[in-house]
Design a protein around this ligand. Structure first.
Ligand code: ADP
Length: 501
């Protein structure tokens, strides 16, 4: 048994900031420290990070939060790591020096190469069968190939085993252990497009296709086990590193969506949906991604994943672009002024439409405007649109998995909006739960690490800790739901295929 003054520290290495959060035995936050770091855009469509800056910011917040809370290294039972996924770093094994900046998941430099791959007969299907992914520049494989092709001498060194590849979890563990450990977990591996999610190993055929030498790859571990300890000089003590998961998977675990049919949605700039599908991977017919949710012990859980491009960003646009209001939260009051949408719909296809509509040429549009239409109508339409889009993705997940959603758990900035959450529950006709602790990503990493060292005894024990802030239950008549969805889909159809190329 661990003592009462023990804590778990989660390192949450995100796309724009590094954070360290300390949790206590009740899963409550004891302290948070956060540092932003620089985004580099060297050419249109390129996005890079400096791996050294990622490490410097991450180690700084780690020390800062402990100092602030006066927590000593020997009070940390374990460290868990969660990270921006797919972002790719290559470094020299002997010196630990990166051979190129980190290529960030958003980077599109390999998009043309991906388009060429898609044209090869049967290749999209093969890659989807093995990895659960759709060929895209997001995933690490083409980023690794790009670095090996463009940095002089890199490929030769890689073939001799003198180069290491890692996603950000791997890079942090390398740094935390003073270059002793080169490993990753199955969730991060499942986003590289070279990992076979059925055989649970790096895929030789795909490695050949992307021309990636096996010698650069990290060892793939589960999400919850003592992998190693921090090097003595990092925190002046050796602390077990015992949990790893990519950000979306960590959030699914932090939301304790541990049963098949449980889903979580993060309402941020975009909306990110992940549904637990149990121990069998489910293939999507709606271009959703199939991915590893987590591995604990020998058991692997899988998930379906889909996202909506414009979620909270619709409200941001009304606030900053159209200047309807000064604060995003005012949207709730405006929407609640109305009993009904009175026929006004908004399709937020500001950058095209993602899953399950997939139309790059769609553009945003309001429909049903009359002389009586006010700011309240348009704001309500934007909030409703967030809910409709999430509904469309969730229905696609249900179709793919054959499971009805038992419950959806929510987090992210826009989940604070009570109108949106109630409307979401009505449209989905399912319960929505908003937790007390919305730092679910970090919490998931903490849970995974704590489980591995016996800080928490079992998933069941953690389920007891998970507390609801508010539950939203469906209150709307079926006929009304159908009416709303009918007009929403009519609006989507009219917004599609707007741009002519
Ligand atoms: P990200 O991590 O993507 O930056 P956050 O989780 O911080 O996003 O959420 C911010 C987004 O949520 C913004 O797009 C903002 O417009 C929206 N948002 C924040 N609060 C509310 C609210 N009360 N109602 C509706 N939208 C909101």
């Amino acid at each position: 048994m661990t003592q009462n003054n023990q804590y778990i520290m989660a390192l949450d290495q995100g796309t724009t900031s590094s954070r360290a959060i300390i949790f206590d035995r009740n899963g409550k936050i004891v302290g948070i420290s956060q540092k932003d770091f620089k985004q580099h855009f060297p050419k249109p469509g390129w996005v890079e990070h400096d791996p050294k800056e990622i490490w410097d910011s991450q180690s700084a917040v780690m020390i800062e939060v402990m100092t602030q809370q006066d927590i000593h290294p020997n009070q940390l039972a374990a460290i868990g790591i969660t990270n921006q996924r797919e972002t790719t770093v290559l470094w020299e094994r002997s010196s630990g020096k990166p051979i190129y900046p980190a290529i960030v998941w958003q980077d599109r430099r390999t998009a043309n190469f991906c388009n060429q791959l898609k044209e090869q007969a049967g290749l999209s299907e093969k890659i989807n069968d093995k990895t659960g992914l759709i060929i895209d520049a997001y995933f690490s494989a083409t980023k690794i190939k790009w670095i090996l092709d463009h940095v002089e001498g890199a490929r030769e060194k890689a073939e001799k085993g003198e180069i290491c590849f890692g996603t950000i979890d791997t890079w942090l563990i390398w740094k935390l252990t003073g270059g002793e450990e080169h490993l990753t977990d199955m969730t991060n591996a499942s986003r590289t497009m070279i990992f076979n999610i059925h055989e649970k190993k790096w895929d030789d055929e795909l490695l050949q296709l992307f021309d990636i030498p096996k010698a650069i790859l990290p060892e793939v571990k589960s999400c919850s086990e003592v992998y190693c300890q921090t090097a003595g000089d990092i925190l002046n003590d050796k602390i077990p590193i015992a949990g790893i998961a990519g950000d979306q998977q960590a959030a699914l675990f932090g939301q304790m969506c541990t049963e098949p049919g449980m889903a979580k949605t993060t309402y941020g700039t975009g909306c990110f949906l992940v549904m637990n599908t149990g121990t069998q991977p489910v293939k999507s017919n709606n271009q959703l991604l199939t991915t590893v949710a987590w591995q604990i012990g020998e058991e692997v859980n899988y998930a379906l994943e889909g996202s909506v491009f414009i979620g909270g960003a619709a409200i941001q646009w009304l606030r900053d672009g159209i200047e309807f209001f000064g604060h995003a939260k005012e949207s709730e009051k405006l929407a609640m002024q109305l009993e009904d949408n009175e026929g006004v719909y908004f399709v937020p296809a500001l950058t095209g439409l993602g899953a399950p509509h997939w139309d790059q040429n769609a553009r945003g549009a309001f429909f049903g405007i009359t002389r009586g239409t006010s700011i309240a109508h348009m704001t309500r339409a934007a909030l409703e649109a967030i809910a409709y889009q999430v509904c469309d993705v969730l229905k696609a997940m249900e179709k793919d998995s054959g499971a009805k959603t038992i419950e959806m758990r929510v987090d992210g900035g826009a989940s604070a909006n009570n109108f949106l959450m109630q409307f979401q529950s009505d449209i989905l006709q399912c319960n929505i739960k908003r937790p007390k602790i919305t730092e679910t990503t970090a919490l998931g990493a903490a849970y995974l690490a704590g489980l591995a060292v016996g800080y928490w005894e079992s998933v069941e024990e953690i389920q007891q800790l998970w507390e609801t802030d508010k539950t939203f239950g469906p209150q709307m008549d079926n006929s009304k739901v159908e009416h709303y969805l009918h007009f929403w889909h009519k609006a989507v159809d009219r917004a599609k295929n707007w741009i002519e190329e």
